[in-house]
Design a protein around this ligand. Structure first.
Ligand code: FPP
Ligand code: MG
Length: 325
């Protein structure tokens, strides 16, 4: 059994309950909403964000079953964002299956995303916690900001590491952070507990996206569940390329930039650049940086007494570095 399955198998009982709640939330009088929802959401997915919420509730001594229903907020928002992202990227594959935009078209993908993010808001309103609702809406706004920032830097080979970090923090890390912080919020925990969980999630989320961008250069389509080398083709200049470009001679950097931005760029040119990135020390450096974020995240849980929930949160945090998809 590989690392991914071994770690995730520890959470089967939680995931089963989360999946039951996710399925309930897909009920609609419109068949197409259910069909697309089943296709995109059910039967697969790590459920990392809902798991983090449930475990954060447990960490705050909240063992109520209501946590499972509320946890779906974070998977619905995540899936909504992926549906929209696949439209923006013109993607064909998601989670090892044809993407929704590819099967049903862009209009249906956007509307299903709207349905799922509205579903998340509806569940949040039902929690009667205005703090949770505020966290959710602020998070969604930041995700859109991150995505628009990313859009504005597309094909910009001068993007700095700081600008890249700003993008990944907003588009990915804030949702993982919110899942953890909301566990504290809904459990009525003190502000310092909420802050620790929020920072734990934020650092874990940054490590998550660093690894995602690294796997885009190192993994395979079969393992990753989506094509590799996709970022480069989409004109997304992520950290592996930012670091590699910094290590190249100015003339070589300019040559590659003009080649890949031109109409004459061929499949082979993309493959060559991916090889350059793979053989550059950049990937090891990024793995080390991701590990540093994971360690920093773990530090935010050090003040909590030992408990099964804390152990699980730390295990999921470490899994971010080891994951293969
Ligand atoms: C996938 O990243 C995309 C995201 C992490 C966020 C996308 C956010 C939006 C589209 C904003 C809209 C938000 C809501 C709440 C509906 P990626 O493109 O790096 O990963 P990929 O390789 O899996 O596509
Ligand atoms: Mg994408």
């Amino acid at each position: 059994m590989d690392t991914d399955n071994t770690v995730l198998s520890h959470y089967k009982k939680h995931v089963k309950k989360i999946n039951e709640e996710l399925e309930k939330g897909l009920s609609s009088r419109v068949d197409l909403i259910r069909d697309i929802g089943n296709h995109t959401l059910l039967g697969h997915g790590k459920r990392l964000r809902p798991l983090l919420f449930v475990l954060s509730c447990r960490l705050c001594s909240n063992y109520g079953e209501e946590a499972y229903r509320l946890s779906t907020i974070f998977e619905y928002v995540h899936t909504a964002s992926l549906l929209h992202d696949d439209v923006l990227d013109n993607a064909e594959i998601r989670r090892n299956k044809p993407s929704v935009n590819h099967v049903w078209g862009n209009h249906a993908a956007i509307l299903e995303g709207d349905f799922l993010s509205s579903k998340a808001s509806s569940i949040a309103v039902g929690s009667n916690s205005s703090l949770l609702l505020k966290k959710l809406t602020d998070t969604s706004m930041q995700m859109v900001e991150g995505q628009i920032l990313e859009l504005s830097y597309t094909h910009n080979w001068n993007i700095s590491k700081e600008e890249y970090m700003g993008i990944i923090t907003a588009k990915t890390a804030v949702l993982i952070s919110a899942a953890c912080a909301c566990g504290a919020i809904i459990s009525g925990a003190e502000a310092d507990v909420e802050e620790s969980l929020e920072r734990f999630g934020l650092n874990m989320g940054i490590a998550f996206q660093l690894m995602d961008d690294l796997l885009d250069y190192t993994s395979s389509k079969e393992v990753f569940g989506k094509p590799v080398g996709k970022d480069l083709k989409e004109g997304k200049i992520t950290l592996p390329l930012i670091y590699t470009l910094l290590s190249l001679e100015e003339s070589e950097r300019k040559r590659l930039e003009s080649l890949l931005k031109s109409q004459r760029a061929a499949e082979e040119d993309y493959r060559n650049l991916i090889e350059i990135v793979r053989s550059n020390g950049a990937l090891d450096q990024i793995r080390d940086e991701a590990q540093t974020y994971v360690n920093k995240a773990a530090g935010y849980l050090s003040s909590f007494p030992d408990s099964p929930a804390k152990e699980s949160l730390l295990e999921l945090n470490q899994y971010i570095i080891k994951r293969k998809y």
